[in-house]
Design a protein around this ligand. Structure first.
Ligand code: ATP
Ligand code: MG
Ligand code: MG
Length: 549
């Protein structure tokens, strides 16, 4: 279940409880807009909100913030629910902002009646220009003093669909010289003649975020409304809305924390959508995507994401987090759960000349080295083998522990072999090796310490399996800072080891299972592209840190 270490938010909740605020309740919410898939930044927010409530015996709502009909879709709703569940979080209530449209509208009419809002019928550009800037006060709309009765009538006509898009907006009447620009008579409602994925054509006016969000929180009894730092200056408006429409019990409060930013990727739904739409990736669940669907298909575990969230903590200042921290958490988790097997990604044929042709010896090897009680599998050994091309060097550097002309190496779990001959192709390239084995060298006790071991498979008894190797999706650390982020895509982010061969036991690897390929890294049997008896593997990550910043 969710856990969280102490931070400024847990301190805040503790203090509130000590003061007896909110009747001792703690209610948080995670409020995604259903306009895309969740990404790793959302995971941080989810774990924070659910973790905070769980720590204090409270509750968390999953709320679809569906106030923008043109970008939202039911398919995203379903994907988001699946992702939150996958992270291991259980909401106590599932809500939709659109369920509150009628109540929100009633609040809007109340503001108008009480003189705190008016309908502005100026063009949008005029309203924008009159807003001023931080060093320049705003200019009042000529409709600012419109009588409440007249505004109410216009608001009702807006709702009734009598006015086209852009013809009018509802604005709060606050202060056009307010030092916080967001407080200069902000927009509360706009007209959008658009079909909504849940309310259909019932509404043609939609509330703005700054009006809707505090009300959603208050209607649901949220006590601590946590958002990212960019919303710090919206807090004043959040409070204004609630103060003018209460009383509320509990009265929600907004708190801000630093959003997660990662190098070599983008975490904006708009940009992620663009990658999907333009087919730069295979979909929202492409294993290179920072989406939860992509991370899951890459083989990342929810446990590792939780550990990662713990590791980076909750901060009050924005910073870019090193992806190495996720890899660190992931490696520790996969180390515990992934059995060891052998796969050769780029095969080099090896003939064991001292082994009778046609004779196969089934080696019984443990899935977990040194722990045969946890299970074993048969690995066929014979005259025709394959090793990794890069485990052979004609001119080995000093300290080389792999195969080279005249040198010996252990075939992992099996015999020691010596390289007697290099077989060359027409251009002089290395085509195959001929080696001889030492029959006395088999097994753990064999006195051959100091020799390196390489992984291998049988040439014909092994199985072909596509193995997908992933690298960073972007070639630059801050793609968001590029004039065209698409131009910064890493052209080599996906390599398919098309000739890869895996040991026979891996043919039974069920979709969604995790493996360590000896000396190579952690791999995930792809749930989409695997076929019965013919798995496809995704490299989750390598054994060693290749991302070190
Ligand atoms: P985008 O701007 O790309 O559409 P968003 O932040 O608007 O993303 P929402 O669906 O509104 O996406 O986000 C739901 C919640 O997730 C919000 O409370 C938001 O603060 C939080 N969130 C979004 N991105 C991050 C991030 N990178 N780190 C932490 N929390 C995030
Ligand atoms: Mg958004
Ligand atoms: Mg948002």
């Amino acid at each position: 279940e969710p856990s969280s270490s102490s931070n400024f938010l847990t301190d805040r909740v503790e203090a509130d409880l000590a003061e007896g605020k909110n009747g001792g309740r703690v209610v948080t919410r995670f409020p995604p807009e259903p306009n895309g898939f969740l990404h790793i930044g959302h995971a941080k927010s989810i774990l924070l909100n659910f973790g905070l409530a769980a720590r204090f015996g409270g509750q968390t709502h999953l709320r679809f913030d569906d106030t923008n009909p043109t970008t939202e879709d039911t398919s995203y709703v379903e994907a988001i629910e699946a992702d939150v569940r996958w992270l291991g979080c259980e909401w106590s209530r599932l809500t939709y902002a659109s369920d509150f449209f009628e109540r929100m509208y009633a609040c809007a009419e109340r503001l108008v009646r009480e003189g705190h809002a008016y309908v502005d019928t100026q063009p949008q550009e005029a309203i924008r220009e009159q807003r001023g800037a931080f060093d320049r006060p705003g200019v009042a709309s000529p409709f600012r003093e419109r009588p409440a009765e007249e505004s109410l009538d216009l608001l009702r006509r807006m709702r009734a669909g009598e006015l086209p898009d852009g013809a009018a907006v509802l604005r709060a009447r606050i202060d056009m010289a307010h030092p916080n620009v967001l407080m200069r008579d902000p927009l509360l409602y706009r007209i959008r003649h658009a079909h909504h994925h849940r309310t259909g054509d019932r509404w043609c006016i939609y509330p703005m975020y700054d009006f809707a969000h505090p009300l959603e929180d208050a209607f649901e009894g949220v006590t601590h409304s946590i958002c990212t730092l960019e919303f710090e200056s919206n807090r004043e408006l959040y409070d204004w809305v609630l103060d003018h429409l209460g009383p509320w019990e509990p009265r929600p409060r907004q708190y801000e924390f630093a959003r997660l930013a990662l190098g070599y990727t983008v975490l904006s739904k708009r940009k992620l959508l663009q990658l999907v739409n333009e087919k730069r990736v295979s979909g929202w669940d492409d294993p290179r995507m920072p989406t939860l669907a992509g991370l899951r298909r890459r083989g990342v575990t929810p446990e590792a994401l939780r550990d990662f969230a713990e590791l980076i903590g909750v901060a009050k200042n924005n910073s870019v987090v090193d992806i190495g921290k996720l890899e660190f958490a992931l490696r520790a988790d996969l180390e515990r759960r992934a059995p060891r097997a052998m796969a050769v990604l780029s095969p080099l044929p090896v003939e064991v000349t001292t082994w009778p042709a046609g004779r196969i010896e089934e080696l019984t090897l443990p899935w977990w080295p040194g722990e045969p009680e946890r299970g074993t599998r048969q690995v066929p050994f014979g005259r025709e083998l394959l090793i990794e091309r890069e485990d052979f060097a004609e001119d080995p550097p000093a300290g080389w522990k792999r195969l080279a002309p005249g040198r010996e190496v252990r075939l992992a779990g099996g015999y020691v072999v010596r390289c007697d001959e290099v077989v060359r192709g027409p251009a002089g390239e290395v085509k195959a090796l001929r080696v001889s084995h030492d029959p006395a060298s088999f097994g753990e006790g064999a006195p051959r310490r100091g020799l390196g071991a390489v992984h291998w498979v049988h040439a014909t008894r092994s199985l072909p399996a596509p193995v997908r190797l992933y690298d960073r999706l972007f070639a630059v650390a801050q793609p968001d800072a590029e004039p065209d982020f698409l131009a910064a895509l890493n052209p080599d982010s996906l390599t398919v080891a098309a000739g890869a061969r895996v040991e026979p036991a891996l043919g039974e690897a069920a979709p969604g299972t995790r493996w360590q390929f000896l000396r190579q890294g952690y791999f995930f049997a792809d749930p989409v592209d695997s076929r019965p008896g013919a798995p496809a593997f995704n490299r989750t990550l390598t054994l060693k840190d290749t991302w070190a910043a």
